[in-house]
Design a protein. Sequence first.
Length: 529
Amino acid sequence: MSFVLFCILGAAQHDHASSSEPERLGNVHFETSCSPQVRDEFDLAVATLHSFGYRDSAQRFQSVLREDPTCSMAEWGIAMSHYHQLWDPPAGEDLRIGLEAAEHGLALGPKTPREREYLGAIETFYRNAGSEDHHVRAKQYEMAMGALHNHYPRDNEAAIFYALSLIANAPLTDKNYANQRTATQILEPLLLKQPEHPGLAHYVIHADDHPPLAHLALNAARRYAQIAPDSPHALHMPSHIFTRLGLWDESIAANLASAASARQHKLPSDELHALDYLVYAYLQTGRVAEAGKITEQLPILEPGEAARYAGAYATLAIPVRYAIERQQWEAAANLPLPPQIFDNGAYRSAESNLYFARALGSARSGEVKAARTATEPMLALRDALAQSGDRDAVDQLNIELKIVAAWIAWAESDHVAALREMNEAVVMEDATEIGPVSPGPIAPAREMLGDMLLLAKQPHLALKTYEAALRGSPERLRAEYGAAVSAEQAGLRSVAELHYRKLLANCSHADSDLPEIVQAKRFFNKDQR
C-alpha cells in the first residue's frame, strides 16, 4: 500500500482529522509483527512521533491497539509518546502511563526478540522513576538503544531512535559536541537513502543546533518542512538553524507558518514556541511593531499539553525579550508574572527569565536597592532547581545573576568590579549553551560586555567584543549596531560602514523610526554632505 493511501486511512481513523485529505507527515516504515491491517496506521503513528506530535501519536498507537490487541509494539509507541526526549523530563501522569504501557507491552509477549528489546529499552527508562534521577534513566535508555542498534544494524528505525537518545543526553557544556557528531554520522547516510523520512531531517537539525555546526544542517532545515508540511513542529524546526545563521526572513516565514498550523491543530504550546522564535526574528530585523502585537495577544496554555514547558517558557520569555532587546529598562523592571501558567509548581525554571528581567531592568535604571531585592527570587529559584537536579537551569541562572551583579557594580560606579563581573559572565556563558526551547539568551553576556565597554569609553575593545558576539550569533541587531557605533567612535569608518550596511540590509522592513536605523542613515548622510 502506498504511503499516500495509508495517510488517507490514518487520517480517517484519527480523532482530530477534519477531512479526508491525507496528512503529509513524511514516509516511514517500521517493521513489526502486528497484523497487516494495522501496519499502515502504525507507520503513520511513528511518523507523527518523529515530528514530536506526541498527543496525536499516542492516539494513533491506541487506535492500532484497538484494531489489533496483540500488537505489543503499539504499547511501545504509547510509552514513547510520553517520553519527550528533547523537552522537559516527564513527570506525574506521563510517567505512570508510560510505565504501564511498557509493562503491558512486555506482558503481551512480543513476538520477536527485536520487539522485546524495543519494549525493554523504554521500560528501563520508566522502571525506577520513583527512585532514580531522570538523567540516570535517560542514560540507561540510551545504552539499551545502543545495544539494540548493534544487534540489528539493518534496522534503520533503531539507528534513528538511538541517534535521538544521543542528542537528548548531550551535555550543554560539551563544546566538542561528541554525542551530536556521533548522531549525525548515523543520521546523514540514512537521510540520503530515505530523503522523505521526517525523523532523519528533524534530528539532523537538533544535532547541529549549535553555532559551530549549524551550517551543516541548512539543507536538512530547508527539507524538513517539505517532508512533513502538516506538522506544526516540522514547520517550526527549520527556524532553529535559520536563527543560528541569522537568516531572519526564512525564520519569520517558518514561524508564521508553524504558528498558524499550531492554531489550526489547537496546540497553543506549539504556537507559543513558534511565536517566541518569531518575536526574536522580528526584533533582529527591527520590526518592533510586529513583535509588540504578538506580546499583546499571546495564546492561553491548555492543561496537559505535551509541549507545556515550551509554552510556559515562551509566555514569560516573549514580553521579557521584547523589553530587554529594546532596552526598555523600566518596563523590564516592572514585568508581571502571568497567572495560571504553572501546574503545581512545575516548569518553575521558566520563571527565571522574568526575575532576571526585573533585576536587570532595575540595575540598568540605576535602582540598586530594587535590583538587589529583585535578585532574591532568582537566588531562591536557583537553590530550588539545584535541589531538583536541574543543572542546566542552574547554570543559566548563575550567568544571569553574574550579569545583574555587573550592572549593579556599574550603577555604584565601581567600574573595575563591573567589568570583572561581566567578563566572568562571558566565560560562564561560553562554557555552556541555552537549550533548544529558546532562540537565544535573553541578554547575551558578550553583548552586555560590549555595552559596558562603550559606556567605559573603550570603543576598540567594545568593537572586538561585539564582533566576537557576532561570530557566535550572526546578524543580531544589538551586536551589529554596537559594532557599528564602536567602530565609528574608534575612528574606523570603513568598519563602521560595513556594520551599518549589514544592519540596514537586515532591517529592510524595519519600523521607520527605529533609533538604530535613524543612526545608520545619519552616518551615511553625513558622508554625503
